[in-house]
Design a protein around this ligand. Sequence first.
Ligand code: BGC
Length: 858
Amino acid sequence: MSQANGHDDRTLPPSSAEEASGAFEPLETTRIPPPPHQPGAPDAHTLELVEAALARLDLEARVRLLTGSGFWRTAAEPAIELREMVLCDGPAGVRGERFDEREPSASLPCPTALAASWDESLVERLGALLAIEARRKQVDVVLGPTVNLQRSPYAGRHFECYSEEPLLSGRVGAALVRGIQAGGVAATVKHYTANDSETERYSVDVRMSERALHEVHLAPFEEIVRAGGVWALMAAYNSVDGVTMTESPLLETPLRTEWGFDGLVVSDWFATRSTEGAGRAELDLAMPGPGPDQPWGAALVAAVRAGLVPAEAIERKVRRLLLLAARVGALGALVPPAPPRPAPDAAALLREAAAAGMVLLHDTGTALPLTPDTLRRVAVLGPNAEVARIQGGGSATVIPPYAISPLAGLRAALGPDVEVTHAVGARIRHRLPAVTGADVHDPKTGEPGLRVRFIGPDGELLHEELRGGGRLLWLDDPIVARAVAIEAVGVLRARIDGPHRIGVAGVGRFRLLADGVPLVDDDLVTEDPLGGILTPPERWAVLDLAADREVELHLRHDFAAERPGTGFVLGVDRPVAHEDAELDHAVALAAQAEVAVVVVGSTEESDSEGRDRSHLSLPGRQDELIRRVAAVNSNTVVVVNSGSPVLLPWRADVAAILVSWFPGQEFGAALADVLLGHREPGGRLPMTWPAHEDDPAVLSTTPVAGRLDYAEGIHIGYRGWLRAGVTPAYPFGHGLGWTTWEHLWVETVASGADFVARVRIRNTGPRPGRHLVQAYLSRADGMVERPVLWLAGHTWASAPAGAEVTVELTIPARAFGHWSAESGRRETEPGGYTLRIGGSSAELPLTAKLEVGPGLRP
Ligand code: BGC
């Protein structure tokens, strides 16, 4: 361990015969100075408490703390007044340990939408909301932000990441971390590192150049450690250069030795793969725990005793765990900072944020903004109009208190004088929606919901309760631990005539009866250890029901005894018209309306953790729906409700295209704000949108023989597109507002090692507005390989209609640097650079020359 993190001057007892005999004495420790870079480094008092607590623990007690005590909890140690800490997902809302309708969580716009706002102060305010949510749910550590890069639109967790651009990802992530941690709750930056896609996610070995690793993939983590001062980091499932990330040398250098990270490294769930390798590595906490799946515990104590893992490694791990506990108020009497008071109005903030992320890709100016005064009829069409996707799938999913659909939001905003018609148009295959209290009631009492019974090994009833809906999950549950089966019973009432899809999703044995007739009788299995929680297999049958017909559903789920958790979804999908008839109906409604708003999007089969996308097209017949609607209504506005780019082959044929992403629970309200012009569509693309599946800069996420080769090197995202000379559908940074802008001039001045660019712009349109001024660098004649362009700074400008304004952007010295494989550090090549300013990576009308002298420290 190098001098940089101050560990090498400690006096530690050598491993001794005493240790080997088992009479292990508490270790002596010396205090470590705060690390070099991290903001919010602990004060002397905190460090003293941590050291005192550490010194009182023997080896067994220390090692016990390094594996979770449950799915979401760390172990307590009353002897040092250490309580359990609760770690919970995630980046778009705080789940809490009880992840169901009884304790809902505020649902934020997905991370991609946050990055699309390019607004760090807004993201910091959302971080504060996450801290309030975490405190409310007794969560100490939030498992987010996710800052892996959007290397490919095929990536399943694309929606959960910020951007293809490392600088933007790092800045937005650091803002979220500052917001969360100011409320005394730890953030966890994840997944360190190169966990950019899901195919073979537990084992894929990512290969890339050292320069790409340091300059591109580690860069957001570095920013979040150095500028965000993050308290925890999650080591990913994948390998880099043949070493699994929970054992990677990257956990030491650069993370701790160069960046000064003093926080806790937690494994991704079930990612700790060895006793000794992970024990020696700078991984601190193996999650979840306890149990046979975790390789630490007694085996790690034995490895230390046998001299296979140094006692100092254990000491460092425990010290970092205790420091985290001190920071969140889990150790002794230390009190962490409180979240802001008064608490923000969550609904208002989420509505503002959802609108701030929406990107207007295309606008002919004919249909938008909508003006209720002049409209009589608006058709709101599409499969995502009434049942929208507010969030992506997997561990970022939360159960929101409510979700405002586009249809509901537009109906409310357009008011009673505008008739709003609706048709699904193109049916897309969603997973079975969980039944709600509106669909089912308790057969005994008639109360809305399902009666859930827990059955013991002798068939005895251990407990029963009424639940609000059919999405049921228990983790670390003492009753489930004693049970061998769970039954869910409810009376379903059909609302309309037709074939209903009724079934179950889960892992294990399921038998579902409808009025005694078996619909499902099957063992459902998955190979993914987390598959039961992420996207469990489904089984269903179709039952023809007349409107108002009641049928009693009885589901029994059997599982192995002494299992602390299980879960399933009991779902019912309501009948819809025949596909062709449904399409014709939507087109007819569009023809009768002045404006057609078509809300299209993805299904849970894409934009989900656990699997990558297989294609980039909108699923089902959505393209056909849009084409046919556009053919009968020239005011067709398409809202794209997806978490990652989709192909828009009809894009020249419609009046406007707005990308909503997954905007969280306030979707419909925010959408109406934007479409009616009450707010600007605030987003600018944080990634490039391809025009075709086979565009050369669209990268594959399929490993070959277990390896995924990042052959693009430093040319990720728009850099790759520019290098290939291919025009995408929409470039990085693109997005329109309700007004237009002209870039007038730029001047630059040196400011210490940085430069400041002063940019003059004019609002040339009819309305006040906001404009994102973007600054890129390029260098044509250097000796070092460079991207064609790279982002160096951005700022938002506002101006009334017709007005001019001057804004300043800092171009930091670091922006000129590159990572040198020869020297193993960042360097700056002196000479001339071109600064290019404009409104997107493809529209940069202003340029300035910047001369960088020798000796600049990047
Ligand atoms: C995901 C993490 C998540 C963890 C706990 C893992 O499968 O990769 O992002 O924090 O589960 O839910």
